[in-house]
Design a protein. Sequence first.
Length: 340
Amino acid sequence: MVCFIYLNRPLFRFPDKKPCRIVVLDNNIPQISLLYNPIIGDSVPEVSRRDWDVSYSLGNSWKKADKVKRKNSSLFKVDVVIYPELSLKNLIITQIYQVLFNLSPAVEVSLWKGMKLTAQIVVPIYNDGYPYLYDKVHPGFIGISQKLRLPYNIWGTFTIGHFSSERYGLDFQAVHHCIWDERFSLTGRIGYTGAGYWNGFTMHYGTKKRFTWSLGAEFYWPRYYNIETSMKVEQYLLGEKGVRVDMIRHFRYVSIGFYAMKAKGVKANGGFRFQIALPPYKYKRHGYVPRITPSYNMGLAYNAGNEQYYYKGYRAMPDDNIMHNNSFNPYFIKSELLNF
């Protein structure tokens, strides 16, 4: 018999010499479980890393535990997340960098299991060299996403709304963590979007839509380095098809890596990218009072080839990034477990 604890509080009391499973939920969707299985006869009285087994598996008793009423649910609770946005480009020989800096608060709320509503406003702070439309306060990400956990360690996310790169439409992405070895994953993504940009609060959009897609495989090497390597075959916004390779190392508050891309008839490109978590790193809720926080991960990608037209894609939500996507990786969790 294993007791279940939903991860709602940072501190709790472990059952004495009994196994206990902690299930981590995101928008009430189970992500991973941490099984505390104390070693009988262990001379060390404190809980140690070797007492834990972290996995995507939820155990045989999850179906019964899922029917238990939850406390401190995230449903109907509002987050106001402040996303700093920094853009740089080097296209003019007389100017080192053209700079755009925005603060973009987003209201995020979940109205049912797995659902998240996001509405963002972009507030320009500094513009040196970008088009005049970027000087106006305008909407950013606006959309509804629905996440599902399916059998066989498959997660799916469907999103409809206005995305980054001035696109609007539909997006679906899925990831399958291989049951036989959770270090391996298969990923897929398909989008059907059109061009749409904001002039203040007036949206101008085109009627021509385009499919984009991506199929790939990932391998996570947890030993010492927490390195994630992926290879994907993709179709981009101009219709070109290519191959992309990423290698990313994940730290507790930073993810940094390199990428390379090659499409038929297009010059190869690449660069580096990083995400960094902004302090403070711990937050508390007070009932249904809206919680105001900085972005959990601010990122930047460097385009070494200075490519302006090809290899373009979009993000469906403001937290759609390498650091957030790794936040429920069981190998990463275990490497950081009790490491404070």
